[in-house]
Design a protein around this ligand. Structure first.
Ligand SMILES: Cc1cc2nc3c(=O)[nH]c(=O)nc-3n(C[C@H](O)[C@H](O)[C@H](O)COP(=O)(O)OP(=O)(O)OC[C@H]3O[C@@H](n4cnc5c(N)ncnc54)[C@H](O)[C@@H]3O)c2cc1C
Length: 418
């Protein structure tokens, strides 16, 4: 019987190191995550179950060191393909854990990736992730209480509607604002990458800033985790910044460049969402195989009915296409020499389409699988129901389906006023 590993992916792009890390993650999923899936699902409030399991991924396997350079004890991971390989494995266990793990390093791409490394900030913040036996959580603080999409809609609004503001006071930034929903908030975050503006109301990429704020800085308050439809392993809550003072050097790159690399960060986030969707689909495939091989209706197993086989073919077509596309875009981000920089509007458009298609495909695959499983698909103990609940947010986050469509149309049709 084939396994999810037989779903097509370009094996020649995947390194031996990627495979070793993937094998370690798979073992962790099989031994620690999947056997505890129901407890993880119920653990949205306190993370008593989630934290020790996550710590094995982040500290023992070393995921929290991933993005940081080897010179400071990191793993020096800078391949988008490599991250997708890991996402597939983590999200096969739990897509909320996958979100939490990847968002930990996501805001530090600006300073850690080799092609625009900020050595001073790498040396300042990297050791807290690399030189420790404790789990340390980074948090991408993008979504303002007013709107998440407006912050990410860089090419139309250029930071004009960002509500979180940073004002210079001598050698410091003073930050004020209110963020919602940011992954690893809800009391968990140790450090935030805060998307803010240095000139409120002004439409200018130069005013778009990413500033790092340790969570214990006076004036930072984290609210309690929200209760959501799914993804309990990802804590989300309010964050208030009230006259928070941090050194001026905490700005990631500076005027213009912070907006530029925010585009790159969004492009990577789009492809990572494809990876999370793939991991979830890998698990749906496994659940379906077990179901259609054993469930008997009208005298034969489900898979031997042509009407069911037709559905199975459709489901696998979606998974195949999402996998091919996600790896293709990841590879394109890994080869700027061939495809241009990850912050280009072209790559933003291309990866937005991946996110839109992959996240919608996951929801479709869950729906279709549930149709084939009948009431069992809707039942807690058959596991599909959790993946179905977890799935929807992937199309909602990062500006939702509208922003995916807008960024894609803008580049392909040279729209000027949307
Ligand atoms: C589990 C989870 C994890 C998350 N992780 C993070 C995180 O790590 N960091 C973070 O900062 N946020 C995070 N979020 C928040 C998420 O990214 C935002 O909710 C999302 O970007 C949408 O913002 P919003 O909810 O404010 O909706 P709004 O911005 O108010 O959007 C409302 C609707 O308007 C549409 N829309 C947006 N722009 C336009 C436009 N120009 N024209 C027409 N329609 C438009 C949107 O698609 C949406 O349908 C997370 C949320 C969840 C639930």
């Amino acid at each position: 019987m084939p396994t999810y590993e037989n779903i097509a992916r370009p094996e020649e792009w995947i390194t031996d190191t990627d495979r070793q890390v993937a094998a370690a993650i798979r073992k962790w999923v099989d031994e620690d995550v999947w056997p505890n899936r129901h407890k993880i699902d119920d653990d949205w409030r306190g993370h008593e179950i989630v934290k020790p399991i996550m710590k094995k991924l982040m500290v023992d396997i070393g995921y929290q060191r991933g993005i940081w350079p080897e010179q400071i004890g990191g793993l020096g991971a800078s391949s988008c393909v490599g991250f997708v390989v890991c996402c597939e494995e983590i999200a096969r266990g739990d897509s909320g854990m996958c979100t939490a793990a990847n968002c930990c390093g996501w805001p530090f791409m600006h300073i850690a990736l080799p092609w625009h490394r900020n050595d001073r900030l790498v040396e300042k913040f990297g050791p807290m992730f690399c030189d420790t036996d404790e789990m340390v959580m980074g948090c991408p603080a993008i979504t303002d209480a007013r709107s998440g999409s407006d912050v990410e809609n860089i090419d139309a609004t250029h930071g004009q509607y960002i509500q979180t503001r940073a004002e210079r006071d001598g050698g410091d930034w003073i930050i004020n604002g209110h963020k919602l929903w940011c992954t690893n908030s809800g009391g968990l975050a140790d450090i935030f990458g805060v998307f803010c503006t240095t000139r409120p109301g002004v439409e200018d990429d130069e005013a778009f800033a990413l500033i790092y704020v340790p969570a214990d800085t006076p004036g930072v308050t984290q609210g309690k985790p929200y209760r959501k439809a799914g993804m309990s392993a990802d804590f989300n809550g309010d964050i208030w910044f009230e006259n928070v003072r941090v050194p001026a050097e905490n700005r990631a790159q500076g005027p213009g460049l912070d907006a530029q690399y925010a585009r790159e960060m969004i492009s990577w986030g789009n492809v990572m969402t494809g990876g999370y969707a793939l991991g979830s689909m890998n698990r749906v495939y496994e659940i379906l195989v077990a179901w259609v091989n054993n469930r008997v209706v009208a005298g034969k197993t489900l898979k031997e009915h042509s009407i069911i086989a037709g559905h199975l073919g459709e489901i696998m077509t979606l998974i195949e296409v999402v996998k091919s596309d996600t790896y293709c875009k990841a590879r394109m981000l890994d080869r700027p020499d061939l495809y241009g920089p990850g912050h280009s509007r072209e790559m933003l458009a291309k990866t937005r389409s991946t996110k839109l298609f992959a996240s919608d495909a996951l929801t479709t695959v869950c729906n279709q699988a549930m149709d084939l499983m009948g009431a069992a698909g809707y039942a807690h103990e058959y596991d599909l129901e959790k993946i179905w609940r977890d799935s929807k947010i992937m199309s909602l986050w990062m500006g939702g389906r509208s922003l995916c469509r807008l960024d894609t149309a803008r580049w392909y049709f040279e729209c000027e006023d949307v």
